[in-house]
Design a protein. Structure first.
Length: 135
């Protein structure tokens, strides 16, 4: 048996719900108005007037406390291009961090070798300082 296509009667309307989007300015205004409410039921009246739920207000207050409410107004999309100097500085910083980790690892190995030679009674030659030439 084939499924019949859904037909809509002439007096029916196709439900076409869209997700509501609220701007950061609107959210901030509602939070401020709710904070100004002092009497019993005033916040509820505000929410009914605006067609909002209490969960909207609760999540917007949380966003305002954490500072993410202002971040919601930013445009989405690709980040602006960085300058050549910024890219090079980041690359050099990463390389510097990698070399520091490598140096720390090498120093740990040298310490272990020193302790092992002391335990076994093997004398080590003192290390020679590297020759640095002025360029």
């Amino acid at each position: 048996m084939q499924a019949q296509p859904k037909t809509i009667a002439a007096n029916e309307i196709e439900p076409n719900t869209k997700r509501r989007k609220f701007s950061p300015a609107y959210k901030a205004r509602i939070i401020a108005e709710a904070a100004a409410c002092h009497g019993s039921g005033q916040v509820g009246a505000l929410l009914r007037r605006e067609g909002l739920y209490s969960s909207h207000l609760a999540s917007w207050r949380t966003q305002a406390r954490t500072g993410s409410l202002e971040a919601l107004g930013r445009k989405r999309g690709p980040k602006p291009k960085r300058s050549e100097a910024e890219v090079r500085a980041d690359k050099l910083q990463r390389e510097n961090d990698r070399l520091r980790e490598k140096l720390a690892y090498a120093e740990d190995i040298i310490e272990i070798q020193k302790k092992l030679s002391q335990m076994l009674g093997i004398p080590l030659d003192p290390p020679k300082p590297p020759d640095f030439e002025d360029e």
